[in-house]
Design a binder for this molecule. Structure first.
Ligand code: ADE
Length: 228
């Protein structure tokens, strides 16, 4: 899979790009690239945004700047881009990311993520250059970069090679193996810490009973665990 992230802050991805599963995914032939809108702006002094028509606070990412960046990267008029690859603008108003959408995105051959900043995008970017908007939750971040990392992280771990042979994402939270429920609790040594004992069944070596217990635990978490 080929993922391109369009951003004003490619340096924000430095730590993320060094993480083991990202490095492994890239070593297995997947690609993750960054395009800085500012490198392609046709405007003077690196301008990329402007004040909103009609007034209001903040700055809006300009449609001509995003068009120039997309053209530079793909060499085509970006209005046809969504026919060739999924182009997703990251915005709090978008479709909420969940595990089934992550699987859908992981099946794409190529993905383009557009990060907004400040007040977000000129709406014409979304209307004409994107396949739609994607949100990681109903709250407002200062920009799309953290959201893009969330999306790329969740997508990459679905791809062959990202987690290595020893680890499998088959039986993890929200997988069909767990009937779409969150994962069961895990324990490791020591088996007893301050009298907090690991459930006996996990020490029993009885695989069928362990599996049954884990499924029951998963099901009991199906609606999430509310904060007290
Ligand atoms: N940009 C700002 N807030 C966001 C959110 N909640 N999801 C995706 N992109 C965003």
């Amino acid at each position: 899979m080929e993922i391109d992230v369009f951003t004003l802050f490619p340096a924000a991805f430095g730590w993320f790009a060094r993480q083991h599963h990202v490095v492994s995914a890239l070593a297995h032939g997947h690609a993750l690239g960054y395009v800085n809108y500012r490198d392609h702006t046709p405007l003077r002094a690196g301008q990329v945004d402007d004040t909103p028509f009609g007034g209001g606070a903040g700055m809006v990412l300009r449609v001509d700047v995003v068009e120039a960046a997309l053209r530079a990267r793909y060499g085509i008029d970006p209005v046809v881009l969504p026919e060739r690859r999924r182009v997703l603008a990251l915005a709090p108003s978008g479709q909420l990311l969940d595990e089934s959408l992550v699987s859908e995105l992981a099946a794409e051959p190529a993905l383009t993520l557009l990060c907004g900043r400040y007040e977000g995008f000129d709406e014409r970017i979304i209307e004409h250059f994107s396949s739609g908007c994607l949100s990681i939750g109903r709250y407002v971040l200062s920009g799309g970069e953290l959201a893009a990392m969330v999306v790329v992280d969740a997508v990459l771990r679905k791809l062959p090679g990202a987690l290595g042979d020893a680890t499998s994402p088959v039986e993890e939270s929200f997988s069909t193996a767990l009937e779409g429920a969150p994962e069961y609790p895990h324990y490791t040594r020591p088996a007893d810490h301050r009298g907090w004992r690991v459930p006996e069944v996990l020490l029993s070596g009885h695989h069928a009973r362990i599996r049954e217990w884990r499924l029951a635990q998963s099901r009991s978490r199906a609606t999430g665990r509310p904060l007290p």
